[in-house]
Design a protein around this ligand. Structure first.
Ligand SMILES: Cc1ncc(COP(=O)(O)O)c(C=O)c1O
Length: 412
């Protein structure tokens, strides 16, 4: 029996029009609004094809060549390809491509290196730490003793003096460097030095910049960190999921921490899609994309600042910008609502210098659509007009539609 008809959208429409409408509606929303959420991107049709493939049917607990299920010979090839491609892409001895998400990768990294009750030093949540970096609402805050470092209130830059002081006084078992909103490169050599001084493991949570690292547009944490955790769905443009990179000496501990300690069966369709994305990320076209993502973010940050927003750290090294819209008359939450009504989709975030929320936006998705510096200028000007009330929601939506219409995420 051919599997091809099952991959065609009209099969879903015939069988379940209600859900087909949901898929169509979301595709239209993504194509006609501006996707400025820093953690999102548009995967390639090839990645989507792998995700929607019969590999979704396969149970495959364990690792290639050592599975707890029969019939894994073919999906083993997919996982071996994903692992090999990740190893080559990031120049690392070992890659585990099974984590279901970035959070699962961090959980497994802690499981590999720590015991409950251990002290961990990480960027505090009010400064851009992730939930898995010690939130009381998350397993990390419940099971470990997190100490938070911060950023300088004026510059927004990580406070290295504080990191060193806290490391010396708390002697953590691990130090985590990584953030959901830090727009600058992280100084991995500094964190390695502090970790060595106090005998701590260094865990780099590179969920955000890993796609830039893949394209040579950001420095790699691999030479410095004992374990690198990452997502595959942000700038990297793969399927939703996670991965862990480490040296050969921690490989077995990391693998056991993923399966069987924190996860069950690997999701083979997602792993196949990760392999496709890693293959794409190894191309010169992807490297050009990654550099363009950063170039676009710089233009966007500069223009937002020129429009009056306070851009944290005064700019960006990455795909990500955080900014305070207060000078334009609204806080981050109000701004996000107004912008959503205008068809500009982004997030709120904490700000280093204020209690009010700010805005977090990124250029990964719009760059995949083919937009460049000129379009970044347009976006910044429109965003500021919306916040100032110089254009109404309908007018802004029309401008967004005109722009997105010229840059469809899935042309043809
Ligand atoms: C630094 C960091 N770590 C972990 C994660 C978690 O990833 P996921 O949402 O896939 O669990 C994120 C997600 O944005 C992140 O930014």
């Amino acid at each position: 029996m051919s599997v091809v008809p099952a991959l065609e959208a009209d099969v879903l429409r015939r069988q379940d029009p209600e859900l087909a409408d949901v898929l169509l509606g979301e595709a239209a929303r993504q194509a006609t609004e501006l996707q400025l959420v820093a953690a999102e991107n548009f995967t390639s049709p090839a990645v989507l094809a792998a995700l929607g493939s019969p590999l979704a049917n396969k149970y495959a607990e364990g690792y290639p060549g050592a599975r707890h299920h029969g019939g894994c010979e073919i999906v083993d090839v997919a996982e071996r390809l994903a692992v090999e491609r990740a190893r080559r892409l990031f120049g690392v001895e070992h890659a585990n491509v099974q984590p279901h998400s970035g959070s699962s990768a961090v959980l497994a990294a802690y499981a590999a290196l720590l015991r409950p009750g251990d002290t961990v030093l990480a960027l505090g949540l009010p400064y851009g730490g992730h939930l898995t970096h010690g939130s009381p609402a998350n397993f990390s805050g419940r099971w470990f003793d997190f100490v938070g470092y911060g950023v300088d209130a004026e510059t927004g830059l990580m406070d290295h003096d504080q990191v060193r002081t806290l490391a010396r006084s708390h002697r953590p078992k691990a130090i985590v460097c990584g953030s959901i909103s830090y727009p600058r490169h992280i100084d991995h050599a500094f964190f390695r030095e502090v970790a060595d001084e106090v005998g701590a493991y260094l865990i780099a949570d590179a969920a955000h910049p890993i796609g830039l690292v893949a394209g040579g547009a950001a420095p790699s944490p691999v030479p410095y960190a004992d374990v690198v955790c990452a997502t595959t769905h942000k700038v990297l443009r793969g399927p939703r999921g996670g991965m862990i990179l480490c040296g050969a000496e921690l490989a077995e501990r990391v693998d056991r921490a993923v399966f069987p300690f924190t996860q069950g069966g690997a999701q083979m369709h997602t792993i196949a899609a990760k392999a496709v994305a890693f293959g794409e990320a190894a191309t010169p076209a992807y490297a050009a994309y990654a550099h363009q993502v950063v170039a676009n973010a710089r233009v966007l940050a500069d223009r937002l600042a020129a429009e009056g927003l306070v851009v944290t750290t005064g700019g960006t090294d990455t795909h990500l910008i955080t900014a305070d819209p207060a000078p334009l008359g609204c806080d981050g939450r109000t701004a996000r609502g107004r912008l959503a009504a205008a068809g500009m989709v982004l997030d709120c975030c904490a700000l280093p210098h204020a209690d009010a929320r700010g805005l977090r936006l990124g250029t990964a998705a719009v760059t995949t659509q083919g937009m460049g510096g000129e379009e970044m200028e347009l976006i910044a000007v429109l965003l500021a007009k919306v916040l100032r009330g110089a254009v109404d929601a309908a007018g802004a939506r029309a401008a967004v539609r005109e722009l997105t219409g010229r840059f469809p995420p899935y042309p043809g």
